[in-house]
Ligand binder design. Structure first.
Ligand code: GTP
Ligand code: MG
Length: 193
């Protein structure tokens, strides 16, 4: 997809702040620091439209980015970051649950996992949650540039096994560093738009 326009619409914490539109949305999910914000930047060719950080916990709100006046990417705060209080974690849970379960515009969720590691318990929980609500899930195994080429197939298979991916679900290797996997990711995502 050729991206000609990309802009932030709003940082929302609750339903009443979601943009009032019928545009389809694709949301990101995944643990803190896995590379959700970097994924959006790479897909839309913007180095810094979406704020990223080496420290986990950078994204704190639901951030809606309007792309080509046609759809939204929704950047979502990550999970599994130890340094948050119970209260913050509960607020985060409510914010995500409200979005994932009630937003009619939401057409698919890109679940990012780190290709270097076995998916965590939280990754499995998130995958199961999304499937429970019958949301189409595209698993993107990112940070592909960090493993040797010879290990790719093995690592992808391990992630698919661990998440117990259903037949219709797709898993794609990706790197926000090199852009590898970008065309394949657009190839899959365009079907939801
Ligand atoms: P939160 O907002 O905290 O949930 O994190 P996030 O998932 O949005 O992660 P973010 O995109 O901010 O990236 C975290 C760190 O990982 C940054 O230092 C990125 O530069 C790095 N990173 C992300 N994707 C890749 C990748 O594909 N390869 C490499 N080498 N580094 C990456
Ligand atoms: Mg982020």
């Amino acid at each position: 997809m050729k991206v000609t326009e990309a802009e932030i619409v709003i940082s929302a914490v609750s339903k009443k702040q979601y943009p009032e539109t019928h545009m389809p949305e694709i949301a990101l999910a995944g643990r803190s620091n896995v590379g959700k914000s970097s994924f959006i930047n790479k897909m839309i060719n913007r180095k810094n439209l979406v704020r990223t950080s080496q420290k986990p916990g950078k994204t704190q709100t639901l951030n809606f980015y309007k792309i080509n006046e046609r759809f939204h990417f929704v950047d979502v705060p990550g999970y599994g970051y130890a340094k948050v209080s119970k209260r913050e974690r509960n607020a985060w849970g409510r914010m995500l649950e409200e979005y994932f379960t009630e937003r009619e515009n939401l057409k698919a969720v890109v679940l990012l996992v780190d290709i270097r590691h076995k998916p965590t318990k939280d990754d499995v929980t998130m995958y199961d949650f999304l499937k429970h609500y019958e949301l189409p899930v595209v698993v993107v195994a990112t940070k592909l540039d960090k493993i040797p080429k010879g290990k790719r197939v093995q690592h992808i298979k391990r992630a698919a096994d661990e998440l117990q991916l259903e037949q219709e679900d797709i898993i794609l290797p990706f790197s926000s560093e090199t852009g590898e996997g970008k065309e394949e990711a657009w190839g899959v995502l365009k079907h939801f738009l």
